[in-house]
Write a protein that binds this ligand. Structure first.
Ligand SMILES: Cc1cc2nc3c(=O)[nH]c(=O)nc-3n(C[C@H](O)[C@H](O)[C@H](O)COP(=O)(O)OP(=O)(O)OC[C@H]3O[C@@H](n4cnc5c(N)ncnc54)[C@H](O)[C@@H]3O)c2cc1C
Length: 306
């Protein structure tokens, strides 16, 4: 443990926001995974910039940004670096007319609720995605035919290479299916501006409730997971391929393919990350053998030395 490094982090974000040997299962929705050597909970834009600048002095310590950890998997041997968590401590949301300015750590559900209260429509279908707005832009999150791409105006980002902060307009974000320039260039999202439409409160609520019901009915949200485990292969649905390969309920240790929705690998209670990874690998192998289709994980997998 590098005590000097820990002290420098604490000087930036305060002692209570710095963790060492933190169990990552506590910070990701899959509830699996080992310890990260260091973790910092980011409290604001200036603090984020300072932490990134600090990392230049520690080139041997790798770092990785997470939001709510709802699309993440850490291996059981943990992560030998710094996890920079941007979530509820950097989550202010302001609304001006049709525009919403949200810090990266704001949860989609909260932004959607505030939009509803203001009579703004456009976030209803995204409201049930359990991630931050920063993570949603990085992944171009989407649900029920809507994507972040449909409502985003621009994002303020930090380039981790140069330390520069700049604004990327919608077209410059290159948002496509679960992909963005943020991922390609390892930019860090600081703030996002969305533009919605005026809507009637009752219509907005009805659409949000409809999507919530669909999720409860079709998805195993009663178990820890990272949502859809695999990306949708062109021309197919991942869940259907897994189901047709006869893998519904396929289990390794505490992890299994959900019988409710075969596109979800779930943690039935005491899964290890290895159990989850074994289920993923088996699905990939069987689907490739039976249908010749490659399943690419949508969930981001972080190993000890990524
Ligand atoms: C039950 C369940 C249902 C889900 N349903 C959906 C769905 O319908 N549609 C969908 O698209 N997804 C869904 N997901 C997956 C997940 O919620 C989304 O991908 C979400 O956008 C991830 O946000 P996050 O804050 O949790 O990001 P994390 O999981 O913490 O990180 C995901 C990726 O984003 C990057 N990232 C996070 N924050 C930032 C930032 N500030 N700047 C730069 N990069 C960042 C990380 O480095 C990582 O690569 C679901 C997950 C669960 C558990």
């Amino acid at each position: 443990m590098n005590q000097e490094f820990i002290k420098e982090l604490a000087d930036i974000v305060g002692e209570s926001n710095v963790y060492s040997d933190e169990v990552m299962a506590r910070h990701i929705t899959f509830r699996v995974g080992g310890k990260t050597k260091y973790m910092v909970d980011i409290t604001g834009e200036e603090e984020l910039k300072k932490v990134i600048l600090l990392m230049k002095n520690y080139p041997d310590i790798p770092y990785y940004v997470i939001g709510n950890g709802s699309n993440m998997l850490f291996t059981d041997d943990g992560y030998d670096g710094l996890i920079i968590k941007i979530s509820n401590k950097m989550a202010d949301v302001d609304i001006h007319d049709l525009r919403i300015v949200a810090k990266a750590g704001a949860m989609l559900s909260r932004v959607a609720k505030l939009a509803y209260e203001e009579g703004l429509s456009g976030m209803e279908r995204l409201s049930g995605i359990p991630g931050t707005i920063g993570g949603a832009v990085a992944m171009n999150a989407g649900a029920y035919g809507a994507e972040i791409k449909d409502i985003i105006v621009c994002a303020k980002v930090l380039d981790r290479e140069t330390g520069e902060v700049f604004v990327l307009e919608k077209d410059e974000l290159y948002l496509s299916y679960r992909h963005s320039v943020i991922m390609e260039k390892s930019y860090i999202v600081i703030e996002v501006i969305l533009e919605l439409d005026h809507g009637k409160h009752e219509d907005i609520k009805e659409e949000m409730d409809r999507c919530t019901c669909l999720r409860k009915e079709k998805q195993p949200i009663e178990y820890p997971s990272a949502g859809s485990t695999f990306k949708r292969p062109e021309g197919y649905f991942a869940g259907k391929l897994v189901q047709d390969a006869g893998l519904a309920g396929y289990t390794v240790g505490g992890a299994c393919v959900s019988e409710k929705h075969c596109g979800f690998v779930i943690n039935k209670g005491n899964a290890t990350a290895k159990d989850v990874l074994d289920v993923i690998e088996h699905c990939q192998k069987e689907v490739k053998n039976k249908f010749g289709v490659d399943l690419e994980p949508e969930v981001r997998i972080l190993t000890k030395i990524t």
